[in-house]
Design a protein around this ligand. Sequence first.
Ligand code: ADP
Ligand code: MG
Length: 263
Amino acid sequence: MSEASAGSRPIIEIDHVSKTYRTQDGDVPSLRPLDFGINEGEFLVVVGPSGCGKSTLLKMIAGLMPPTEGEIRVDGKAISKPHSGVGIVFQSALLLPWKRVFENVMMPVRIKGLPKDEYEQRACDLLKMVGLEGFERKYPWQLSGGMQQRASICRALVHDPKIVLMDEPFGALDAMTREKMNVELQRIQRETRKTVLLITHSIPEAVFLADRVLVMTERPGAIAAIYDVPLPRPRSLDVMGDPLFVELTQKIRSHFHSGPGLD
Ligand code: ADP
Ligand code: MG
């Protein structure tokens, strides 16, 4: 965990938060009351069985929908609607095909009505940071899947949110691209010092990236365990052979042995 966490209040506070979807076919309890915090600059990864409420939790932190019970606070303020303090990366890059890469990355600046001139340089810097310099004027369909996902990470960072929420961001990528993206994401997080909450169904990805891994139970999701990952940073892919890495992945995997497995 980063030095920023020492003694300070978590930047994200999940205070007895539950969610039950009310549908025509009845209530769908999706999350049992959860209590935890994410520290400033921390990389927290959530793993859990399919349908246990991971995306629900992320959407509530983004303010896209309210909890049924409890309160979510970001920077001490209760969240009741979408807020500009977060950037979101979804499983597929969701870039607009008729807009160039640069315009896609600038989209949050446009939507939030921020001064374009001030953020253009930032967009360029971010694209450079993820290795997309020279691709600014291409259309998304002229890029590989990995490049599109890197562009979507730039889009999530362009307005300089303190927090980045990522919902299975690399699920659609092949294994080798995915590993490269993990190394890349670790570097970006270290450089930008963002607080990151990432959801994944890959246990090695979770342990590789995380300061802490939060393991959820089956739906309605509750916290099964939280593991610290004290492996030093920066981590290279070789860390996957480290006995501590192996031990942690085994411990996390053991939560799912008797259940339906991960999604
Ligand atoms: P996860 O991301 O862990 O796979 P979700 O958060 O997407 O799980 O969903 C948790 C549970 O809530 C699932 O059982 C799902 O069917 C249900 N659910 C999700 N969204 C809705 C919705 N809009 N209306 C009703 N039920 C929903
Ligand atoms: Mg989901």
